[in-house]
Design a protein around this ligand. Sequence first.
Ligand SMILES: [Zn+2]
Length: 68
Amino acid sequence: MGRNRESRAKWIRHSHLFRGDTYECSRCGYTAGSRQERCPECDSLMTGDKYDPQWVDELEMFDAIFDD
Ligand SMILES: [Zn+2]
């Protein structure tokens, strides 16, 4: 059974304004609702996470929608 190479990846943390944080696998792009030890999609070992403050963009969009 050949899983010889251990692949490693990071969770890219996305913060959202109106829902909880999501975590995106930096290797395959799988999005998880919580940080797990391994990506369930590509089975990479997760070595950490990267913060991507996406809510800043969402906040700007929110302002634009409700701007008088
Ligand atoms: Zn993955």
